[in-house]
Design a protein around this ligand. Structure first.
Ligand code: SF4
Ligand code: SF4
Length: 310
């Protein structure tokens, strides 16, 4: 069975990538599962989608624990532990990364035994969520690495999955997919099917005894991470809203009310953005009546001072 996981950000088309790859496998006669996994996250949040494909019926369910292939559409996710890109990756896993950097750099940076293959990033839009056709590129590259999907099946899968879009968009997606498919031909077949997981090696989770206590004692006080305040969802952001206070008219009830996460605090009648938790959905940019809030790519904000002067 092939177990394949796509990682990207909300808006990059990973769900579509998994559907294109799943459909291409299906057209080749495989049994297929494809599904995305995300919650209430929005644009820019790390998400993943997975595909299982096998010549026989698939009884395995749930997320893929030990992938044969991991595709990373956005290399900035590598540094975010919550994105779980390397979860379950071992020496038999192939890691395919859409990036400007080379394989050696990633091998040294990640220090893992897996094969790392670079899908050369063709565009630099400033905002990685805006990468055009990246879902089709990643699906096509994955198809090429398996070596069992011909380009005719890939083309039909793109057509089928994107058929509701305009002819021009479908044509561009097919062209982009085929160029990624060709670029990966030297690695054709590098991703191998792994065996079925046997239930005989399943270990039950440890049993935890929960002593019964009166509600006044057992009411929880949460100090650990993974609570909503402690999770710094600002790490998901690829573009940040920046307020120009010279243009701001102080109508804070607009931006602070419409921020879906309540990340705009009002301090002495001025809106102040909480960058630890702002996810960069940019709704505030759209609703600000005086255009006082602009969107600035994170890599521009985070540039070292010397670099930005040069
Ligand atoms: S909506 Fe715009 S102008 Fe109004 S307070 Fe917010 S940033 Fe300022
Ligand atoms: S501050 Fe703006 S960009 Fe950040 S979460 Fe709120 S509405 Fe979205």
């Amino acid at each position: 069975m092939y177990r394949i996981r796509f990682h990207g950000r909300g808006g990059q088309g990973m769900k579509t990538a998994s559907r294109i790859l799943g459909t291409a496998f299906f057209l080749q006669g495989y049994e297929v599962q494809d599904a995305p996994r995300y919650g209430a996250e929005r644009r820019g949040a790390p998400i993943f989608a997975y595909v299982r494909a096998a010549p026989n019926p698939i009884n395995e369910r749930g997320i893929i624990q030990h992938p044969d292939l991991v595709i990373v559409a956005d290399d900035s996710l590598m540094g975010i532990p919550a994105a779980g890109v390397l979860q379950g990756v071992d020496r038999d896993t192939v890691l395919l990364c859409n990036t400007h950097e080379d394989e050696l750099t990633w091998q040294q940076r990640l220090n893992i035994k897996s094969d790392i293959i670079v899908l050369p990033q063709t565009e630099d839009t400033g905002d990685p969520v805006e990468l055009p056709y990246v879902g089709s590129r990643c699906a096509a590259a994955a198809a090429a690495l398996t070596g069992v999907i011909p380009c005719a099946a890939l083309t039909s899968a793109v057509q089928e999955e994107l058929g509701d879009l305009s002819d021009d968009v479908v044509r561009k997606n097919i062209a982009t997919a085929l160029s990624a498919f060709d670029a990966m031909q030297s690695y054709s077949g590098i991703v191998k099917e792994s065996g079925m997981i046997s239930a005989s090696v399943y270990t039950k989770p440890d049993w935890i005894e929960m002593p019964f206590e009166d509600a006044s004692i057992s009411a929880p006080a949460i100090h650990a991470s993974s609570t909503s305040v402690e999770v710094h969802t600002g790490l998901w952001r690829t573009t940040r809203p920046v307020i120009d206070y010279k243009k701001c008219r102080g109508c804070w009830w607009v931006c602070s009310t419409l921020c879906p996460d309540g990340d705009i605090e009002v301090v002495q009648d001025k809106p102040v953005i909480d960058y630890d938790h702002c996810k960069g959905c940019l709704i505030c940019v759209g609703v600000c009546p005086s255009h006082a809030i602009t969107a600035v790519p994170e890599h521009v904000v985070q540039q070292p001072a010397t670099e930005s002067k040069s």
